[in-house]
Design a protein around this ligand. Structure first.
Ligand SMILES: O=C(O)CCC(=O)C(=O)O
Length: 265
């Protein structure tokens, strides 16, 4: 028998440009999530949760080297012995700002960081942010996993590459707005079905600069079944996943063994 992994998603409203309000809210929500019984094994939250889409001020608002974020989240992980996929933050580098996700284990050690590769031109990300250059594969407590951020899910070749590198669960922090709910749901389910892996996606809610974010954070199993889906308000969504199902589905329909890379790569 395999031990189920209990995942909590913090779907929250992010106040654009108000990092203090966002840190305060996130820290309160993290404590709420940690108090859930039974305690989650992993908590995830949305994209750019420290600043929202305050892109014109992003240089001033971004967290220098992610230090504040790392200190707060690592301390939380150590205190509660919970793994955290820390959504993503605007992170200040030497000469640029990236949209970066950090993963911490239960001891508060950083497992990996991933910066969004595909910047979303419709919201001017490419004018203010530097794209990431590395893929988001990592291993957490023996589970091969990966992270992509928001618009990245429109690139099936990226998800497939991560699955080929071994990922059995894909985490997707996002700040995905109306009116493209249909795209969000369909793309996430497609990534789960075609790669026969779990997809855990955490979106934002609320309004910012005339854009409204619809939530609908989801946990999808390797058959593409939606195990849990949030509505449009702030919430903490919890579901248990059984990693053995990935191997079972991959065994029943052997997509990876049946690939013909010479014909299309
Ligand atoms: O692809 C989309 O429709 C939304 C993507 C997005 O909002 C983002 O990457 O921030």
């Amino acid at each position: 028998m395999t031990i189920p992994l209990r995942i909590a998603l913090i779907q929250m409203n992010i106040v654009s440009g108000d990092t203090e309000a966002n840190f305060a809210k996130l820290e309160a929500r993290l404590e709420e999530a940690a108090a859930i019984d039974p305690k989650p094994d992993l908590i995830i939250f949305p994209e750019m949760w420290n600043t929202g889409y305050a892109l014109t001020e992003i240089n001033e608002l971004a967290d220098p080297d992610g230090l504040r974020t790392k200190e707060v989240i690592a301390a939380f992980c150590r205190k509660h012995k919970i793994n955290v996929l820390a959504g993503s933050i605007a992170q200040k580098r030497e000469n640029s700002v990236t949209n970066t996700a950090h993963v911490f284990n239960r001891n508060g050690e950083e497992v990996t960081e991933y910066s969004k590769i595909h910047l979303f031109k419709l919201m001017n990300e490419h004018l203010h942010l530097e794209p990431g250059q590395q893929l988001g594969s990592f291993n957490l407590e023996g589970i091969p996993a990966a992270v992509m951020i928001c618009y990245d899910i429109r690139f099936p070749e990226l998800a497939r590459k991560l699955a080929l590198e071994g990922a059995k669960i894909l985490f997707v922090p996002a700040e995905w707005p109306h009116p493209r709910l249909h795209h969000w749901r369909t793309l996430l389910q497609a990534r789960a079905i075609e790669n026969q892996m779990y997809v855990v996606s955490c979106n934002t809610v609320g309004e910012s600069g005339g854009t409204s974010f619809f939530g609908h954070s989801m946990i999808i199993d390797p058959w593409g079944e939606v195990l849990a889906e949030a509505a449009e308000e702030e919430t903490i969504l919890v579901a248990e996943i059984d990693m053995a199902l990935v191997d079972e589905v991959r065994g029943r329909i052997p997509v990876f063994a049946d690939r013909k890379p010479p014909l299309y790569e």
